[in-house]
Design a protein around this ligand. Sequence first.
Ligand code: HEM
Length: 202
Amino acid sequence: MAIHPDIQARAQAQIDDIDGRERMPNFDDFDKLPYVQALIKERLRWRVVVPFGVPHALSEDDIYEGYFIPKGTDCVVNVWGLNHDQNVYGPDAESFRPERHLDEQPSCANETKDEGHCAFGFGRRVCVGRHVALNTCILWCFNITPAEDESGKPMLIDANQMLDDGLTIRPLPTNRYKFTPRFVEMEEVVKNELELNGFSYT
Ligand code: HEM
């Protein structure tokens, strides 16, 4: 978001249209937020969190496209490769462009193809948290911008620099970014909604 302020602003405008500022977005709103849905899909496609998925082992011998794969073989999927396949996403597969999920409905070659990416894995062990993950909306609360360096200039953010945690990758440390509340009432609304749902606010 910090390096795509125009995309961030377009998503926030859609959230404001649907939710206003008196309440936070909730699960029921999601279908009314097609651009936000497309943005989240594109985020999960473009910089997938688990670039080689979670390894799976074969429970039986198998033959796949002429290759014999014995029972017990560990299979690692190149999710990054699938998510950046130019045959699926076109020549601009490296670009961050949420509209592709609205206009062209690209499909990854697996059973989660309708999601437009393969970030949540495959088969019976596909991520069970994917609906929770998709429905989390920080954009209603904050503007995300690059933080300033010591001289007050916005820090440069390189989307190709990631922190490698082994199985997962993530963006550079959060001190490179600034989360600014979008409006003064935001804190009060969040506090009320947390308390209504039985959580305490600190
Ligand atoms: C953007 C956020 C997330 C991503 C990218 C993600 C990705 C993944 C991936 C790649 C797998 C492995 C699937 C496979 O074996 O092929 C997985 C499994 C799993 N995820 Fe997530 N996940 C996310 C959020 C969540 C959340 C929020 C929860 C819980 C609320 C969750 C719970 C789980 C569980 C329990 C499994 C294991 C499922 C099983 O082995 O049967 N995930 N996730």
